[in-house]
Design a binder for this molecule. Structure first.
Ligand code: PMP
Ligand code: GLN
Length: 389
């Protein structure tokens, strides 16, 4: 966001600059601040997951894996969808392993959008959505999740759909808000997708990190399995965000479309890590619940610390994140506020305005990552008290 754009950069990517996560993580390193900006855990995930990747390296799985992903992982993904959501996918024709959810999102949008297509999504939106929609030559049409409860206006969603709309891009559990879309909301979205013959792309990378309510995949709604590309990733669930093992589940025609693009983006990635994520997906339900419970405690601890420091804390039902309104601190400009935080209190956060088209709505909001050790959250909470006017 800070660097001048290169004159070589194509017009459709002008304005995307450097991601807010890179800017804020660099600021944290440069100032020695506690980084509650970019969402990555500071502890390792389950030993079984790590051990399986280490064993795969030692066992010589160090060359290109198959283009669609190793069989063990594709079978584990299909078994996971069946076990958790009663969604049945053929591991050979309806599952595709990708370089993180990021590549799955990019390849899906590039595969489905013609130049001039519209993509409907909700704001605030994860930053790569806007960039990939632009890369595809498509336009985004956003529907706002409104504070204080992150609800949206059903009529606004209906209005956002035009004859040019090809795709509805949903993220639940949602980054940055922590919203978990309700069954009623998903029913409405599904109904509109069916009515307007849209393909749904759903980003469910936080599917196991839900504290309040439960995660329901859009593909389980009536008429949706056949028109939904469900995306997830091992990074969040198993605390290995650097591994970049993601996947899609969809009917064969949609998988084939995405595969055609995906094979020319990365071809394949992360061979040994695919074994690790396969082992993780096979872990018992109790392990997933323990991971979510640990994160819930962190969410609560960070939320209390933010409230004590004078922030208005907004509800987060899941994910790595808690959002807060800074107006109670006498502040209105989240970007300037985040840039000043290292010097003022030694903590880094992300200005939510980076995820909004409606800058007025996004300016007073700041996102904090709660996926850090409790002692780190406590230290950050102490430091944040210095902001109190
Ligand atoms: N979608 C959302 C909503 C995210 O928060 C992230 C962040 N990691 C991603 C996708 C990207 O996931 P991956 O690291 O697996 O590419
Ligand atoms: N998903 C992470 C976040 O929202 C960031 C990943 C990235 O840096 N692109 O913080």
């Amino acid at each position: 966001m800070t660097e001048p754009e290169s004159p070589y950069l194509v017009e459709r990517m002008q304005g995307f600059g450097t991601t807010i996560f890179a800017e804020m993580s660099a600021l944290a390193v440069a100032t020695g601040s506690i980084n509650l900006g970019q969402g990555f855990p500071d502890e390792d995930g389950p030993a079984e997951v790590l051990d399986a990747a280490i064993a795969a390296i030692r066992d010589g799985h160090n060359q290109y894996p198959p283009g669609i992903g190793i069989p063990a992982l594709r079978h584990a993904i299909a078994a996971h969808q069946a076990k958790w959501y009663s969604l049945v996918y053929d591991p050979d024709t309806e599952v595709l392993v990708t370089a993180g959810a990021t590549e799955a999102i990019a390849a899906s949008l590039l595969a489905l959008c013609e130049p001039g297509s519209d993509v409907v999504t909700f704001e605030p939106y994860y930053d790569s959505y806007a960039a990939c929609i632009a890369l595809a030559g498509a336009q985004r049409r956003v529907v706002q999740l409104r504070t204080p409860d992150w609800s949206f206006d059903a009529a606004a969603l209906e209005r956002a759909i035009t004859p040019a709309t090809r795709v509805l891009l949903l993220n639940s559990p949602h980054n940055p808000t922590g919203k978990v879309f309700s069954v009623e909301e998903l029913e409405l979205i599904a109904q509109l997708c069916v009515e307007h013959d849209l393909v749904a792309i759903t980003d469910e990378v936080y599917e196991h990190l839900v504290f309040d309510g439960r995660h329901v995949p859009l593909a389980t709604m009536p008429g949706m399995r056949e028109r939904t590309i469900t995306i997830s990733s091992g990074g969040k669930t198993f605390s290995c965000t650097g591994w970049k093992i993601g996947w899609i589940c969809a009917p064969p025609d949609l998988v084939n479309a995405v595969k055609t693009v995906k094979q020319f983006l990365t071809y394949v990635n992360g061979g040994p890590f695919q074994f690790g994520v396969a082992a993780g997906l096979d872990l018992p339900g109790s392990t997933f619940r323990r991971l979510a419970a640990a994160l819930e405690e962190k969410r609560d601890r960070l939320s209390a610390g933010l409230a004590a420091a004078g922030f208005t804390v907004l509800p987060s039902a899941g994910t790595y994140f808690v959002s807060a309104d800074i107006r109670g601190l006498g502040e209105t400009d989240g970007l300037a506020f985040c840039r000043s935080m290292p010097a003022r209190c030694g903590v880094v956060a992300v200005p939510s305005v980076a995820f909004y088209d409606d800058k007025d709505a996004g300016n007073p909001l700041v996102r904090f990552a709660c996926c850090k050790r409790l002692d780190v959250i406590d230290e950050a909470a102490d430091r944040l008290q210095k902001l109190t006017p």
